[in-house]
Design a protein around this ligand. Structure first.
Ligand code: ADP
Length: 257
């Protein structure tokens, strides 16, 4: 592929004890810089702002009030981007923070501006690091999904920058016939061609503490990807070097194609 989007979930970035998974961030910086050096244009969509903020402030859980959630997320985002900047700098790789609201996509002019900004960055071998602008995007009707449902955001980014492939890194090896944390008989599905009722029935929510969407939002992202005739791979982000194997064409995770 010439251009890829990599989405990394909170579950891969924040450890169970709420500390940052520095190893994953450091490896991600190494892998993505290497791809960039080899001429592949890369955009990173990173969740984790809320999880990092919760850890920094030593909170037990995410706050229940929306303004407090926004504050925690804003704190976590600046910390997270600081660490990314430092890790990528290890390899002389420049990154840029892009905070998007979903309504940007609804207006042709703002969408065009966003696309042009992405192009300008990628043209200069800069890796954009994207997150939803949590402190602006509050969908009052549905707060559950307005926060950090970066799965769908990553599919939108894939579409607007015309990338060939979206790699979604999570804490699980792929898409199973049920939630493997609850159903020991669940088996991995290597390839999915359509998001039909059978597939939707397999998807459950997140069973990790800070994970957000679970499989439902990942399938929404996959649906969008398939509609636009692109590919998505869901794989385990435990070791981000898995991205090399994916691009080498090894059979890893679940391929939506
Ligand atoms: P992330 O933070 O990486 O976005 P989530 O925690 O939101 O990850 O989603 C991944 C989780 O989805 C898995 O750890 C698992 O508990 C849950 N899950 C539910 N249904 C399935 C399924 N059919 N296949 C795989 N995982 C599933």
């Amino acid at each position: 592929p010439k251009r890829i989007v990599v989405k990394i979930g909170t579950s891969s970035l924040v450890l169970k004890n709420r500390k940052l998974n520095l190893r994953a961030i450091a490896r991600l910086a190494f892998v993505l810089t290497d791809l960039c050096n080899r001429g592949i244009q890369v955009v990173l969509v990173s969740s984790g702002a809320m999880g990092v903020g919760i850890g920094m402030l030593h909170l037990k859980d995410r706050p229940s009030e929306i303004p407090q959630q926004q504050a925690v997320s804003a704190i976590g985002q600046s910390q997270l981007i600081g660490i990314y900047t430092k890790e990528f700098a290890e390899y002389q790789q420049i990154v840029a923070q892009v905070l998007l609201t979903r309504d940007v996509m609804l207006f042709p002019e703002s969408k065009r501006n966003v696309v042009n900004a992405f192009k300008a960055m990628m043209g200069q071998h800069i890796i954009p690091i994207v997150n939803e602008n949590d402190s602006v995007s509050v969908d009052e009707l549905d707060h559950q999904t307005s926060f950090s449902d970066n799965d769908e955001l990553s599919a939108i980014v894939t579409e607007i920058i015309d990338a060939d492939l979206l790699i979604v890194l999570s804490d699980i090896d792929g898409f199973y016939t049920g939630n493997p944390y609850k159903d020991p008989d669940a088996v991995l599905i290597p390839e999915v061609h359509a998001i039909d009722a059978d597939i939707l029935a397999y998807a459950g929510g997140s069973s990790t503490q800070f994970g957000t969407g679970g499989m439902t939002t990942k399938l929404n992202a996959a649906r969008r990807i398939l509609e636009h005739h692109r590919q998505m791979i869901l794989a385990n982000g435990r070791d981000p070097e898995i991205i090399f194997d994916i691009l080498d064409g090894k059979e890893i995770g679940t391929l939506f194609t």
